[in-house]
Write a protein that binds this ligand. Sequence first.
Ligand code: KMH
Ligand code: ZN
Length: 275
Amino acid sequence: MEKLIITAAICGAEVTKENNPAVPYTVEEMVREAKAAYDAGAAVIHVHVREDDGTPTQDRERFRVVMDAIRAKLPDVIMIPSTGGATGMTPEERLQPTELYPEMATLDCGTCNFGDDVFENTMPTMRAFGKRMIENGIKPEYECFEIGHLDTILTMARKGQVPGEPMQFNFVLGVAGCTPATAENLAFLVNKIPAGSTWTVTGVGRSAWTMAAVGIAMGGNVRVGFEDNVYLGRGQKAASNGELVAKVVRLAKELGREIATPAEAREILGLKPLN
Ligand code: KMH
Ligand code: ZN
């Protein structure tokens, strides 16, 4: 099996310090959490940004400052900024981090319920995001929250509306109102992706650990982090994203998967090596 790429979604747009006081908002806190995750074994950081008071933002300059600060501390880490932002943001707001020409960015593959909210990704929005990523040479991480999202994005790729193969998928399972986090649902999705694609699984809430174990066993990659889950175990809040990543590393060791370095992750994902 390929080595395991661990992604840390350190911040998200919805989780707050009330959920876990270690959730990062400031630039310093973001760097602290990215470093803790990287030191524990994460090759990839999924980046959302916040104002200092915790308000989610897609402001290009805030992304620039945060990503530059992380880059200064972790020169080889792969960063995947969010173009999802928070529910209710406009497509124009959400696209801002693509103006920084990141090597990757998320591209969300359809509209869905998101707890009590609706996460809106219309076809015109997705076409605009795909066009921008083609123009700016950005490799998308295709985030699928629903089973139908996968067919949607595969059709768009066939039409040349979004970047094509090799594609990287992130199956985010267990969001309230979306496809449940079960091994059966994950296997159904993985069986439909084109040969040569790569994939990651993200289990939201208490499903984080079962999905991590299933993803490791199936030969996929795993995302954990405060965006998705703030608990190490029942009632036990993680002190940092590093603790969440360390638990994935322990599971992987038990199951015989080695952990990919950022350079190995770049190769597996088909990204250009760093000079
Ligand atoms: N915050 C969610 C509504 C992404 O990063 O692309 C969307 C999200 C997806 O987090
Ligand atoms: Zn996200």
